[in-house]
Design a protein. Structure first.
Length: 156
């Protein structure tokens, strides 16, 4: 084989390997892709059938029902326009409350009930760190401790 033919064969093999790698990456990306829908879109049947997706909204007041088995929970997610019933088996997050935001991932059943495999509770973005003592109060506390130590050592 001439050097020119070897070079062309090497380039063709490299392009084929690159194409296979790209196809594998796109396949992995497609299988992990999860879309987010609102209850209004779910009610309008805009969701993919037989695929996992996320639904988000507020948990309706008075809709949380715990089943006798202690693990299964039924609740309703709403976006104030439409509502979708959700069933989840597992431990709910600590921030899960009625009237608060929630995102659930799972599949929509044939009966219109969303079977969640994972539930995430939303929280507001306002973070308030715990109050630290002011510098002056820490200074006086330190001074008081020094006096106490001094008086103790004098007594001995």
């Amino acid at each position: 084989m001439k050097p020119r033919h070897k070079r062309i064969a090497l380039i063709a093999a490299g392009l084929a390997a690159l194409g296979i790698a790209l196809a594998l990456i796109l396949q992995a990306f497609q299988s992990n892709l999860v879309f987010f829908f609102t209850p209004t879109q779910v009610a309008a049947h805009e969701v993919p059938q037989g695929r996992s997706f996320r639904i988000g909204g507020l948990v309706e007041q008075g809709s949380v029902q715990r089943q006798p088995d202690g693990v299964t929970v039924r609740f309703v997610v709403t976006d104030t326009a439409k509502s979708v019933p959700v069933v989840y088996s597992g431990i709910l997050p600590d921030l899960f409350r009625e009237g608060k935001g929630v995102v659930a991932q799972g599949k929509l059943g044939a009966d219109g009930v969303f079977n969640a495999a994972e539930v995430l509770a939303k929280h507001d973005e306002n973070y308030m760190p715990p109050k630290r003592p002011t510098r002056s109060s820490a200074r006086t506390r330190r001074c008081r401790n020094r006096r106490r130590r001094w008086s103790r050592s004098r007594e001995w």
